[in-house]
Design a protein around this ligand. Structure first.
Ligand code: FES
Length: 128
C-alpha cells in the first residue's frame, strides 16, 4: 500500500546558505540509509548520504558537505565533487555517477521530506 505525505526533517532556519547540512535517515526500499539536506542559492536540496564512488558517507565532520568555497559538495574520502543543486558529479572519482536526490520542500518554516512509496523518513540525527 502506498504511503505518502510530508515529514519534517528540520526547521528551515537550521539550513544556512552553503553552511552545515542536516543529517537524517530514510527507509529506502526497506533499507535504512543516511541522508542529508543543504541550502544552496536559497533552495533546499536533499540527497542520500552515499558517495557514488564507494557508497561511503560524504561529510568531513557530521554535517560538513561543502568545500571551502561553498561551491560543491565534496566527499571526504577521495574528493569526489557534486553540484549542490543537482547532485551531478562534477569531478573526482565519481565519474559520471551522481548523488541520489530526494524530494524535499520548504513548507512554511519547516523543511519536509516528501515521502513516496520507496522513501520514508526514519529519523533526524538529533533523534537518534
Ligand atoms: S568514496 Fe567518495 S570519493 Fe571515494
Amino acid at each position: 500500500m502506498a504511503a505518502t505525505g510530508r515529514h519534517v526533517i528540520c526547521r528551515g532556519r537550521e539550513l544556512v546558505e552553503r553552511g552545515r547540512g542536516v543529517r537524517f535517515k530514510v527507509l529506502r526500499h526497506g533499507v535504512e540509509t543516511p541522508a542529508f539536506a543543504i541550502r544552496f542559492n536559497g533552495k533546499v536540496h536533499a540527497y542520500l548520504n552515499r558517495c557514488a564512488h564507494r557508497m561511503l558517507e560524504l561529510d568531513w565532520n557530521a554535517g560538513d558537505f561543502f568545500d571551502a568555497f561553498g561551491e560543491v559538495l565534496l566527499c571526504a574520502t577521495h574528493g569526489a565533487r557534486y553540484a549542490p543543486a543537482s547532485g551531478v558529479c562534477v569531478g573526482g572519482p565519481c565519474a559520471r555517477a551522481g548523488l541520489v536526490k530526494l524530494a524535499v520542500i520548504e513548507d512554511d518554516a519547516d523543511v519536509c521530506l516528501e515521502a513516496v512509496d520507496e522513501v520514508h523518513l526514519v529519523a533526524t540525527d538529533e533523534l537518534t
